[in-house]
Design a protein around this ligand. Structure first.
Ligand code: SF4
Ligand code: SF4
Length: 295
């Protein structure tokens, strides 16, 4: 198997992406060299579902944002940049030009418009990437790459691209990419170059509706996909409707169990419990293994 990229994605948050990604990583890790790539940069938690990481092996700074640097010696306070900043990130305070970095989108309009050439865009740290080699009983080494966007920062898609570049440096047979929920930049960046997508949803009206939205993105990239329904038993009739909708694409389902959260809160991976969800994830794994074999 080449370095196959499998993305776990969902339209809605909290439907079990990271739980499934961690389970699949541990199961594939028994047979192959696997890399787990946590691209949910606003709320990375794949490490927790894998049992927690006390100390990361390596941390890398990410400079994937641009912010203006003002040369006050050149600025003559003409105000053109303030007027033309659509994001209201520039203002005058006590007779001095001030930047609010939390409002700045790094568009560069101020740099272009300044007649004094007093503004220059500069790379700015907006996140970090963490790397850990995890050893699980019965598994080969699992490389985990996780990254986060700093609070209030922009550029989540760019941070995801940097995380994926780091992941590509490790030789592996399979990358399991835990995407952010929704359909925005980090999801698009996660899905780029993907060989297969496992969509996961829950049987709620918002879960089903958001699933159809993310599927549009998956289809845009022509990525083959399968579906998992998590907590199927909280609404069996809607689960049946989703199953009929998915038809042959249905990969499996996972039952609701409040012990899953109890388990993860104790940093105990589902694969190391005897919960029903463990068996269900194993069944999903067996089916997925056959499905991706031909890719
Ligand atoms: S456009 Fe240039 S010179 Fe004018 S206020 Fe802004 S930084 Fe200063
Ligand atoms: S880079 Fe764009 S958003 Fe940031 S201060 Fe300049 S004009 Fe405003």
């Amino acid at each position: 198997m080449r370095n196959l990229k499998l993305v776990i994605c969902s339209g809605k948050g909290g439907v079990g992406k990271s739980m499934l990604a961690a389970g699949l990583l541990m199961l594939f890790g028994r047979e192959k060299r696997v890399t787990g790539v946590d691209c949910d940069v606003d709320a990375p938690n794949l490490d927790i579902w894998l049992g927690g990481v006390k100390k990361w092996d390596k941390t890398i700074k990410v400079f994937a944002s641009l912010k203006p640097e003002i040369d006050y010696r050149k600025c003559n306070l003409c105000g053109l940049c303030v007027k033309n900043c659509r994001f209201k990130a520039l203002s005058f305070l006590k007779g001095k030009l001030k930047l609010n970095p939390f409002l700045c989108e790094g568009c560069g309009a101020c740099e272009v418009i300044c007649p004094q050439k007093a503004i220059r865009l500069k790379a700015f740290q907006n996140g970090e990437i963490r790397i850990k080699k995890i050893h699980k009983k019965g598994s080969q080494e699992i490389v985990l790459i996780s990254g986060s966007l700093f609070p209030g920062e922009t550029g989540s898609g760019k941070v995801v691209t940097e995380i994926k570049k780091q992941a590509d440096r490790f030789e592996s047979d399979l990358q399991i990419i835990d995407s952010a929920p929704g359909t925005s930049c980090p999801v698009i960046a996660s899905l780029q170059d993907a060989d297969f997508a496992v969509l996961i949803t829950e049987p709620t009206p918002s879960g089903f509706s958001d699933l159809k939205k993310v599927l549009k993105v998956v289809n845009h990239f022509n990525i083959p996909w399968n579906l998992v329904i998590n907590k199927w038993d909280i609404n069996p009739s809607l689960s049946n409707k989703i199953k009929n909708w998915a038809s042959q694409k249905l990969l499996g389902q996972i039952s609701y169990d409040k012990k899953i959260i109890e388990s993860v809160s104790l940093f105990r991976p589902i694969l190391e419990t005897e919960l029903k969800a463990k068996k269900e994830i194993e069944e999903i794994f067996e089916k997925l293994k056959c499905t991706i074999q031909s890719l």
